[in-house]
Design a protein around this ligand. Structure first.
Ligand code: ZN
Length: 379
């Protein structure tokens, strides 16, 4: 089971339709939350409580004249919204998440529609359009890659673009042939994104750095705008709202570029190399180091590793995680001598055998040569 996400190509009318359904989902969620908080009988961990709230909504609220507009929209939206609310509650009671919060318009738009069950799943053809249950057929920017079945569809908006994502029951057939069968070690870094032990490397895409400059410039130029503050009862000025939209657009663009870069890189690596070794990064620990934080959370190291891992099933690769305490950058890949290597030093100069090698390449080679001696954590 994995998910496919495609950008929708919508006209004005369709955009309005999506926005109305997002508003409907928000309304239902907030309605459920306020009823849950306001009525004692509804409180508690039982899933029956959410079902009771849903009954009130179906039998009373939807019939009120002021809520007649709900009848013109897809009823699957409120079904899935109540389900999401119930899931959020049970996550909270299990200690896995925070108590649900009211959804605000500025948090973004999204909603989910589904068919009753897998027996009614929709067959999606490999073409540039998609049938979304109860909503209709919509055009896509990029075609669906192969025929597949899907039951749940989530429509969401990032800046001014609308997307649809759906989980499919399918398995891609992994290619049986990898050009490189020798183990490859991958070192992730801030200056060069990924260095491979065979000398190949991947640089972070340039537009990403450019977009960051653009973002800080936009934020600086708009520093005097009257921003909204609900606690003080201040409304954002029209220009500030324009500013918010501009910022959201830049954020969306950066996120897209990063996702694109990571997807392409991990696919390329998974297709080429049969055995991959990568450091088991203590990402949260690295982000706690505030100097490295921005650089790292932005690079998507964790996402890179996650993608390599789930693609291993699709491409038949093995991904091995090397113990995070293994001193891959401090060890000489030539003679095994261990010496201190401050972060700023980009070249490894061995004090024992006088080998000179790029810091990241040295680390990658060490990862490739690492001997697991029974403590391997392969994925
Ligand atoms: Zn050495």
């Amino acid at each position: 089971m994995y998910a496919i996400k495609r950008e929708l190509k919508l006209n004005h009318k369709e955009r309005t339709l999506m926005a109305r359904h997002s508003g409907y989902a928000r309304f239902c969620y907030n309605y459920a939350l306020s009823l849950y908080q306001g009525v004692k009988e509804f409180q508690g961990a039982s899933s029956k409580k959410v079902a009771a709230i849903e009954r009130v909504f179906t039998n009373h609220v939807k019939k009120l004249p002021e809520y007649q507009w709900t009848t013109t929209l897809s009823s699957r939206v409120y079904k899935t919204t109540f389900r999401h609310f119930g899931e959020a509650l049970s996550r909270c009671f299990k200690g896995l998440g925070k108590f649900p919060r009211f959804k605000r318009k500025k948090d973004g738009d999204s909603f989910t529609v589904d068919t009753a069950d897998w027996n009614h799943a929709i067959l999606l053809k490999p073409q540039k359009s998609i049938k979304i249950p109860t909503l209709g057929t919509f055009r896509l920017k990029e075609a669906i890659p192969f025929p597949c079945m899907a039951q749940t569809f989530t429509v969401s908006r990032t800046a001014d673009k609308w997307y649809v994502s759906f989980a499919i029951k399918a398995q891609k057939i992994p290619p049986l042939f990898h050009p490189v069968v020798e183990t490859v070690g991958i070192d992730l870094g801030v200056s060069t994104f990924a260095t491979l032990s065979d000398g190949n490397y991947y640089e972070s895409p340039r537009p990403l750095t450019k977009a960051k400059t653009k973002l800080s410039k936009t934020q600086w130029r708009n520093r005097n705008k009257q921003l909204g503050q609900r606690k003080l009862g201040l409304k954002a000025s029209n220009n500030a709202q324009k500013h918010y939209r501009r910022i959201a657009k830049i954020h969306g663009k950066t996120a897209n570029q990063r996702r694109d870069f990571l997807q392409k890189t991990t696919t390329e690596i998974s297709k080429k190399y049969a055995h991959i070794r990568i450091e088991d990064l203590n990402v949260s620990g690295m982000i706690a180091n505030h100097k490295l934080a921005a650089a790292i959370s932005d690079c998507g190291f964790f996402e890179f590793r996650r993608e390599l891992e789930y693609k291993s099933a699709m491409y038949g690769t093995t991904v091995e995680l090397v113990d995070r305490w293994y001193p891959s950058s401090k060890t000489c890949s030539n003679c095994g001598n261990i010496q201190s290597m401050p972060l700023k030093e980009r070249v490894f100069y061995c004090q024992n055998c006088s080998a000179i090698i790029n810091r990241d390449l040295n680390a990658a080679i060490n990862l490739a040569h690492y001997s697991f001696s029974g403590k391997a954590s392969s994925v």
